[in-house]
Design a protein around this ligand. Sequence first.
Ligand code: AMP
Ligand code: GLY
Length: 426
Amino acid sequence: MNILIIGGGGRESAIAWAVSRSPLVRRLFISPGNGGTLNYGENVILPLVYPFDEVIEFCEDAEIDLVIVGPETPLVDGIVDCVRRVGIRIFGPSQKAAQLEGSKAFMKEFLARNKIPTARFKIFDDAKEASEYVTRHNTPFVVKTDGLAAGKGAIVNKTVRETLDSINRILVKREFGDAGNRIVIEDLLDGDEISIFILTDGRDYKWLASAQDHKRIFDGDEGPNTGGMGAYAPVTFLDDKLKQLLDENIVAPTIEGMAREGNPYTGILYIGLMITRSGPSVLEYNVRLGDPEAQVVLPLIETDFLTAVWACMHEELGRLSLEYYDGYCTGVVAAAEGYPDKYRKGDPITGDLSDEPDCQVFHAGTVSAPDGKIVTSGGRVLCVSARGDTLENSIARAYQKMKNIRFEGMFYRKDIGAKGLFSQPE
Ligand code: AMP
Ligand code: GLY
């Protein structure tokens, strides 16, 4: 098969790595890819503009058998519908189903209709009404833009004043543009945050894995939010009882609800959850793998990933038996100086970037310079992912590899996975 992967970050490096190992692959293309995806296939630049004519033309010329989409924006913009319309296979949700991530208002109303647990909420497009709601309750809230805002659209506030300021920033100052035409105001939840990754053909589903991201820039979950500074999988405190609760109250009702409402969801569904004292609650749906969660989820799947995707696309998921590595995977992100604000670029990366059987270096913000040197080009530069029979061993292995990688201004968190160590089963 000839495969095209859309995207160029660490997540797409992990997808390209997983796909490249499949005996079913003939040629693999990644668009735009990065300095590391060249180890797995060929990079091509294709504009991702509706109605995705360049992508379709490339698929026809290169005889692509399957397109796999990494990031949310093309999915929300309808790439699946456009590519499928001309008879090319593409893995991911339709534009309508991608609304689960594309519109927080759609998602919250879906949850409420289907009685799936989530924080109490209200939707506003008027700043005065939103502010009155907050003042009346006299308590801080989380304020979220309805549309996609590159991971920055959810503002968790500590005070009423901060909450009112968030409303003002989105609805009055329009800091997030049209993504902020409407807002969701929701109650603050307290608990442990986890993510689960579900492969579904719209009817049957299979768990890929669970993971915990580390969103803050500094150790101990301090400092500003980032796209994710590291992750580990699977979540140590997710036992059979909690898994069953999630299946019954959240995963199955989501898949069934989308199908019943005429928007069957196909592809990978990422469910962000808060495990509160009164049970699990949905924080968000994402219509794709996470980044850096993909870098720790995919190495744990022993079954050929492309075979799993193929089964999913042919509604044969019910018959697929997914085999998992019996251990843990930890991924540590190395970022460029300045990230998550303005960051350095163009620094050569030296050291041992080679993949090993139990350890991969997934590039994200890197490019291959004309002389073949790998240089930094993004805020999150790379992610070292390592497997181990225990979480401790996978953490140690990832940090051991990271020690031999260098670039000017490089930094990474030193406590990735530690939150899993405190909550391990006996
Ligand atoms: P979202 O994009 O909706 O997942 O929000 C981004 C992040 O904000 C989440 O990963 C949580 O850490 C935090 N967050 C979102 N909603 C809530 C909530 N209701 N209570 C507490 N934290 C939240
Ligand atoms: N790591 C969070 C995300 O991919 O949305």
